[in-house]
Design a protein around this ligand. Structure first.
Ligand SMILES: [Fe+2]
Length: 288
């Protein structure tokens, strides 16, 4: 008889992440998946150390957690040759062109694709090739950011909406399908509005929603200077958390985060080293 490992989660010192032990990517059932889902919702980030799975297995595994979301970069340099569900994040060059999305420079704090009407719920990121040093990924909880807001800030956030322009990316490049706006005021550009504090569709908990950048973000209806000052305070409060999990990658590691209640960032790394990651992304609800 096949003896199955007992699936369990080992919490880290920070309460943002837990390691999953005893999960078999080749042999699991609906109960195992339900348990994983529970851990994922509980911790916000779960980690599988040094897996040895194929792209195909990653796609099959990810499918348990919802429909796939295609990142705009998947339609450009970040596409995978045989699995359209996978975003290839790579700094390697092929024939003088990038062979994946993103370079080696630092990726600042963000939630994934905050500029969508329905940002994804889940991201499953698997290390294919990683440099020995650099490129660490940091995670924080935006539940915690909300829960620890000083009273005055919590009041200031209550019932507020945040506008994000979605014309330019963080590097100043036009996003796919966007054209240079006529106005100098980003508040008149194409963009998306989300609640500044959103209620998680599954846990019902409230989380602060800051998107991915202070630039090009505006708290709707507030004078711009006031909005900038409040956002600076909220960013400061959120990113200076003492509960930050730092992932130092080994090949095969998988980080799976809940994009509705976490933010992440990545250190830069030596451009002469190669870092390749395969990400699958699952769909989420419209923030409310
Ligand atoms: Fe990201």
């Amino acid at each position: 008889m096949l003896i199955k490992h007992r699936l369990r989660a080992i919490q880290h010192d920070t309460n943002v992440c837990a390691d999953i032990e005893g999960f078999d990517f080749d042999n699991h059932d609906a109960r195992d998946i339900a348990k994983l889902r529970e851990y994922w919702l509980q911790y916000g980030v779960i980690r599988f150390k040094r897996t040895r799975i194929t792209d195909e297995q990653q796609v099959r595994f990810s499918r348990h957690f919802g429909d796939f979301v295609i990142h705009p970069k998947q339609l450009q340099e970040g596409g995978h040759p045989t699995h359209p569900e996978i975003l290839v994040i790579s700094n390697a060059m092929k024939d003088g062109k990038p062979s994946g999305a993103l370079g080696n420079s630092e990726a600042t704090w963000h939630t994934d694709t905050w500029f969508y009407e329905r940002p994804p719920a889940g991201a499953i990121l698997r290390a294919i090739k990683v440099p020995l040093v650099g490129g660490d990924t940091y995670f924080l909880s935006t539940y915690l950011a909300y829960d620890t807001l000083p009273e005055a800030l919590r009041k200031a956030v209550e019932g507020r909406q945040i506008f994000f322009q979605n014309v330019y990316d963080k590097t100043g490049k036009l996003r796919l399908g966007k054209t240079t706006p006529a106005s100098d005021d980003f508040r008149e550009w194409s963009g998306i509005v989300h609640p500044l504090a959103r209620r998680h569709g599954e846990t019902g908990r409230k989380a602060l929603y800051l998107g991915g950048t202070q630039e090009g973000a505006w708290i709707v209806g507030m004078p711009l200077g006031e909005s900038n000052a409040l956002l600076a305070e909220l960013w400061d409060h959120t990113t200076k958390s003492d509960q930050i999990f730092i992932q130092k990658w080994d090949e095969g590691d998988i980080m799976m985060w809940d994009n509705r209640c976490t933010m992440h960032r990545r250190d830069s790394f030596d451009p002469n080293t190669i870092r390749i990651m395969h990400r699958t992304t699952t769909s989420g609800e419209r923030p409310v």
